[in-house]
Design a binder for this molecule. Sequence first.
Ligand code: S3P
Length: 439
Amino acid sequence: MTMKIDYVAAPGGALRGRARVPGDKSISHRSVMLGSIAEGVTRVSGFLEAEDALATLGAFRQMGVTVEGPVDGRMTIHGAGMHGLKAPSEPLNLGNSGTSMRLLCGLLSGQPFDSVLTGDASLSRRPMRRVTEPLRRMGATIETTAEGTAPIRIFGKQSLHGIDYRLPVASAQVKSALLLAGLYAQGETSVEEPAPTRDHTERMLAGFGYPLRREGSRVTLQGGGKLTATELDVPTDISSAAFFLVGASIAPDSELVLEHVGINPTRTGVIDILRLMGAKIEVLDSRMVGGEPVADLKVVSRPLRGIQIPEKLVPLAIDEFPVLFVAAACAEGETVLTGAAELRVKESDRIQVMADGLGALGIDACPTPDGMIVRGGRIGSGRVASHGDHRIAMAFAIAALRASGPIEIDDCANVNTSFPGFTELARRLGLNVEVVRHA
Ligand code: S3P
């Protein structure tokens, strides 16, 4: 019997103190993938021990990779080399994790064995043609359901060839899947993106000594090389820090320092958007850690104002919109988001689910096909459905800081996919959120 978890967040409070949120999810996935196919021993610290990254780790263990840990974010990966993965004897179940599934589609297309990728109900609804279609063009044999969803069956022993591909949607997952397949392809694989997306794969490949070329919006690599093991220190996840950046901005008398946050410029849209809304966020002690920029972020509460969110910031804040809608609900005036249709195919339809939840709390939130119009107002009390989406659950917990009464949030177990210890940390900083378990 699986345990159902709800949150009850009490109204009011301020966020104060210093905190270190867990490790970056995107970088943690990539550390396992690249460490596993490298030659030599890769030591990782700061690894995110949450369900999504652990799903990737489990998949590589099923393919014969030896990994010690993780313990307190530290693990040692004994790289199997480019051609050392073994056929998994069972389907690889990737749970809720879109990143695991899409990146693995690319990596596994280049292997000599067959594999099957499955996931939970949410992941089994998410669009996979965006990766399978270009991978087929590279020579992969790969099957999905008729709807283009998981389970995905990948037939090995194909010889891949490089392609020159322009992404139809700005997606780091698709870009990364093609680059990982490109490692195993003959000739060059080039991916051009319509707008910048997170570049952790490119940075980490370079860190493992794999040559790649970046020219404007295009990245190119030549197949057939090898990766050399390295040391990786994973920064903390700005997508997790975002909940507290918004929380401390909207809750009067807040002052918070978030330590060692990854501030890769392809991820900092949330800071830019909050600053445009009037937030006070300082970037302190910027430094480079293992090829990724890191800083401490200091945030002090400030009244926010509604804005038209610049479309160019959308891919740079793609995971932060649930909590940015909460910021918009607390702002003076109207916030308009456009150019963000991708939000409808995340762990849930984040446009509809957030509009419904904000509506249930008395906020005027009008969903549009590619965004939302939110009029700032008074957040009431009530029950909202997270639809099993971790970031929706955490966003509504943060909303309680400005609510007139308690907010009950349904179905929050998946917070463990990205942010283990969220409620404990939130309570320590001043948000009164309780966990209610039912059988
Ligand atoms: C991710 C890329 C983003 C993001 C996801 C993680 C990654 O997805 O939403 O949470 O690690 O590459 P898209 O690239 O599909 O937008």
